[in-house]
Write a new protein. Sequence first.
Length: 402
Amino acid sequence: MITKVLIVVPPRRMSMKDRRNALPQFAARQVTDIKTGGPRTLMRKVVLAVGSLAAVPFVLVARLIRPMVLIRFGGLPTMHLGHLALDMELVRCRTDAGQYGRRVFDMFCLSQSIANQQLTRMWRRVVHVNDVQVLLPRTRPHLSFTPDEEREGYGALGRLGISRDDPFVCLSARDPAYYVGRPRYGDEQQRHRNSEIHTYLPAAEGLVRRGYTVVRMGAAVEQALQTDRPRIIDYATTARTDFLDVFLSARCRFFVSDTGGLVAVAMTFRRPVAVANFIRWEFAGSWNPSDLFIPKKLWMRDECRLMTVREIFQSGAGRWCKDDIYTAHGIEVIDNTPEEIAALVTEMDERLKGTWHATEEDEALQRQFLEQVKRFCTLYSNVQAYRRIGAEFLRQHQELLA
């Protein structure tokens, strides 16, 4: 899940000629839009104009009282689950940390598309209808369940066969089925972010042997998770609801995921996360000291070898977000193997239990990796804000640090 950074650029001072031409040019654009879009576009612009006029008194009042309190208007990012969960939480964390000053009042409006009704409902209880700075560990979650929601949640757990005291782990893999019929989400160019749920099955089976129940998550999935183990629950195909998506993510022991947005809900509630198949290397910032990740590998077809960490950062491949960019550069994206994912999950469990024993070689490899981040990653100046990479992954792929 990536938090957007807003860079404010001072506006260019308009010349008198520009001022004279601005209004005719604006009017011409509106006429062109209406001719192209027809009555529907005309109605939309009328509604927008009326709404803008209605907002004028509020804006004037906000300007007048700005010396006493800063009122900020914004949209609640309800379209994308990850942004709705984590972007809003980070805004509230920054407010708590005093980064916006002490006298700030935020007002948000809702968009028409809502990815999760329960999460939206919870944010409306907190805000008015809001990391590379490692703010999450320094603050408490801003969302909470009501007593009725707690009873509903634990009742639903019981119906899934999980008692209140049973440890469980949530598991999800970004599935293209979620985007079918949702063209506004633009998933047609981000298939490199998807991963196959069956590759997580050995990790799930290992967690069952360690005493966990595993709950496979997902709002819409292409295929069921085929297993005969009763303690691996395919919730995504049998009992999924908006409410339980949030409740399960908030109450799990830890969350195993890829880059799908649902993992941001767990992060919002300060649950540890183990992220496999992470693709945009430069955005692997840490949200919690116990978080782990392993990345997808990038294969250079012409040279028949993997890209090194240095090459990924220096080439910009660590932030590519479109399938065709990889294709144009002759890069094949390679998913993590079931063995790599299982090793990541084992390390996470043992670290949380305090039974993980890192070798001197492990720590040396981790320092070498972070040194590469410090030297070549332009996004993070503080390597301590970078998520720890899985130990076994580094052992098996030391050539990436060349």
